[in-house]
Design a protein around this ligand. Sequence first.
Ligand SMILES: [Fe+2]
Length: 279
Amino acid sequence: MKFIHLTDTHVVGGGQRLYGGDPASMLGRAVASINAEHGDAAFVAITGDLTHWGEAEAYAAFAAEIAKLTMPVHLLVGNHDVTEAFVQTFPDAPRDPNGFVQSTLDTEVGRCLFLDTHVPGTHEGAYCETRRNWLADELAKTSGPVFLFMHHPPFSVGLAGMDTIMLQEAETFYDVIAPHKDRIRHLFFGHLHRAVFGNWRGISFSCMRAVNHQVALTLDPSKTDVLGNRETPAYGVVLADADQVVVHMHDFTQVDTSYPLSAPKGEDKRAYALAFDPI
Ligand SMILES: [Fe+2]
């Protein structure tokens, strides 16, 4: 099964720019790329920060772009979102009985759990007892494979400025998932605006670059300012089956720059490689 992991679209309303970019336009390019290159994907999961300021017109602009997707989309909220405005634009988006933007999706490769780590008024993430109880119940309903999706990572990654706004009280979150750890196939998250891959206590994870602006790789623990940069946007293409989970990061704005690595038939391989210049 193939699915797409897109994150941190940070759309603003009224065609405004954000850090020099046009988030709605870039989301449109991502949507066009997904439809054209991965139209066989089962779904797209967007792991939060759908808008930058959380205004109604930003959600409207976001909705207009994702409406063009040719496959189902599953939406999460992040620290830049405003749940009330999100719900007004997406009244049919699934939520848990307490109103949190949390839902489950059963697929041929396992149960996807879309979690809500948003708390109003802060960029930090939270996963309160109410949400933990919902997650515990959902995990208990199945004994099969599970895929977790959330906005905030429940661990630090060495980016001091971002680590301070990770999921707070992460150990209480871990306590809920720990009994099920062996069947959690992968954890997908956003928030970091960087490509980050690894393993947390035995759980593999990945984070994709954002759509409009990225976060610089600043690994000095004394540098707590979060710096942006102009690394290219990307989304994840996930291939999952009973044996493995493969995550490809796709720099979707770079597709037109591809060129053959093999020499044309009859030409000398070395001469071709030495002489070819894609620029
Ligand atoms: Fe973000």
